[in-house]
Design a protein around this ligand. Sequence first.
Ligand SMILES: Nc1ncnc2c1ncn2[C@@H]1O[C@H](COP(=O)(O)OP(=O)(O)OP(=O)(O)O)[C@@H](O)[C@H]1O
Length: 856
Amino acid sequence: MASGGGIQIPSRLPLLLAHEGVLLPGSTIRFSVDSPRNMQLVSQRLLKGTSLKSTIIGVIPNTRDPEQDTEDLPTLHTIGTAGIAVQVVGSNWPKPHYTLLITGLCRFRVSGLLKERPFVLAEVTPLCFTVTSEAPDTCAKVVRMLLLSVRNVFFFFSFLARLCVSLQLLGMLDMSVPAVAKFRRLLDSLPREMLPDVVASMIRTSNKEKLQVLDAVSLEERFRRTLPMLTRQIEGLKLLKKSRKMTPGSEKRVCYGGPFPGRQFSLDRDEDSDDDGDDTASLEKKVHGANMPEAALKVSLKELKRLKKMPQSMPEYALTRNYLDLMVELPWSRSTKDCLDIRAARVLLDNDHYAMEKLKRRVLEYLAVRQLKTSLKGPILCFVGPPGVGKTSVGRSIAKTLGREFHRIALGGVCDQSDIRGHRRTYVGSMPGRIINGLKTVGVNNPVFLLDEVDKLGKSLQGDPAAALLEVLDPEQNHSFTDHYLNVAFDLSQVLFIATANTTATIPPALLDRMEVLQVPGYTQEEKVEIAHRHLIPNQLEQHGLTPQQLHIPQESTQDIICRYTREAGVRSLERKIGAICRAVAVKVAEGHRLPETDASTLETSREGHREERLHLKRSTDKAAPPEMPIVIDQMALKDILGPPLFELEVSERLTLPGVALGLAWTPLGGEIMFVEASRMEGEGQLTLTGQLGDVMKESAHLAISWLRANAKTYQLTNMVGAPDPLEGTDIHLHFPAGAVTKDGPSAGVTIVTCLASLFSGRLVRSDIAMTGEITLRGLVLPVGGIKDKVLAAHRAGVKRVILPKRNEKDLDELPANVRAQLDFVTAGNLDEVLNASFDGGFPGAQARPHVSSKL
Ligand SMILES: Nc1ncnc2c1ncn2[C@@H]1O[C@H](COP(=O)(O)OP(=O)(O)OP(=O)(O)O)[C@@H](O)[C@H]1O
């Protein structure tokens, strides 16, 4: 260890790599840190350490820390300055960075690198100078001489500064008169070996010159290098004084040529402050012209007054300035005029969206009420449905019909309430919340705000953003919404909020209560084909610069894409697949533009008799002839572009053994088919359940087994050795495939019973049937939710018959007519009816039992 200004310098120092600014011993510099190794140094060393030693770091000048952590370290400058970090300030804006205030203690030489990651650590040799040790007789003499001249020069310098001030040439030095005196005292009290470093850091010098002073290890050399800089500064001041005398009050800048060409002294800040004056004047004008409410105007004027008194270099200046800029930019009273025509709105909604009749009807009702009654306290609509069913795009259409600005606020994953309400201005890097930011972006106070994915709001230590949304969405309160950053109320009552979600289950009840939920179910296959041909294909063609004359996707191919390449409730995947086709065709078309016509033999005759080229993309060679338009996407082309089909109709293939049944499940992504498999083996009557099941689903399995054991005799179910209790000497394993997906809920009850009945009876469940329903211990079938999505999933999977609880019969009305026509529905009130419908020719014993009916 060595000592620097009374502080022990460790022999191993973490190094801060600084490419801007040179820290000299005795001076204090601010460093901005945002590169990986330097950031790690701050977070792992400075912020974690608790001792004084942990605040001492080495600053290596003239060395850039690589932007990527993986990049190799550049050659380090060999001499640096050990310094103590006296202040660390962190900020996340505009990107994560720290600002360090470091006071230099003493020079060191890097003797060896110990590690490069996560920050640079090096073995260092301190170079703290002492006159007695380094310079015995002669050197000490020179040093004394130099010290004398330096002190004299300084005396002159301070004298000159006083002179300038007294002549009132430099307004900026008004403040520095006591500072000059202080400076004198400081110089007198400083140990002489520190003088050159301190002087070099105070006068106007370039980094290159400072680096030369740092590199001068011997004190004599250091004095020699500092002296010319000091002399130059004085000469500059003299020259300035002379020119002021010649043209009093007119010249503000003096170009100093001579021995240091190119250096420009601008010691006065009159011009800057003039700029500043203009700036604040124009800001004041804007504040008055922004049409703010009285309270906001009062706050703005107060801030403006503070701003005028602040020097620009103060960090708070920028903060106040940004705040005022936001205040004048906000649309306090700027709005667009609604141009609502219900008939036109109906046409526009119909043109933009196929199907979704119920949703469109409700949206039209909503718009009609708004047209009749302009008081704006209408409900807040929340569209709930699987991804890709057009919730966001309906929101956009509503804005279009109203002639309003549209702004989407993505709330997925937001877990900090300041995202909604903003940060208080006392925080470093504080910003307004998304609502105020959105208003600033659209520039009017009556836009349509789409709060996307409200069901995916999170909660964290930083507060609950859903709670902050409560105020935003409450028409009774939102006329005085106060963002923490703004700190004055903004009237949100003109904003039209629409929310979207995939499920209502995760929306906090208080928030859900403020909204009117409109379910947007998935599409049937036919609807998807229509949507693809009316909207998706034309959109994608346009986006890829293609025309219908260049690409044709027949209906059968669209159907193929829907059944075999996508399995979804919405149409987003379908849109992506069409995009992939367009890209592939775009390549062909572009190639065709520049290729000469060559080999006609690659052209094939299509089914319709036209001459068309089939897309053999993988096999295409540069010699291929330009494609004949339009390029028709048939099955082969689909395989070439999209690869082998991702999904096959597997239902009938999987139901070929006893002990397998097909259930229907609901997920936030839409309905799904779900296989249930059972097997039995010798054992002690144990039940094993696999497939990531929730508690409710496990209970359903136990219920099903108990009911079957209780009714084994009636249904002639036996175990493997023919005993009446199916579980005697038998273990049962129930598995729900897609084991990685968590499953829960009671609606698999009937499927488990059917699956077990099939296992114990050895009979096959019908291969074209799917079912859903909760069971009770007495064998009743209770209603479940998500019927529409479940039935659509069954329809997608090619199922022909669906068993539903009797009390869900009313939900069938919501199904599209073609789905209802194509499926055979069995509504069951008890498990006998379920078993009878599930097996070809009924289930033995099921008919004989007296029927119990639900009183629930
Ligand atoms: N009925 C429809 N008619 C025309 N286009 C549709 C229809 N439904 C969906 N689309 C199109 O499907 C795409 C996806 O729609 P959108 O982004 O609105 O889905 P979303 O329901 O908001 O999904 P998410 O919940 O994932 O945000 C859009 O390009 C949209 O235009």
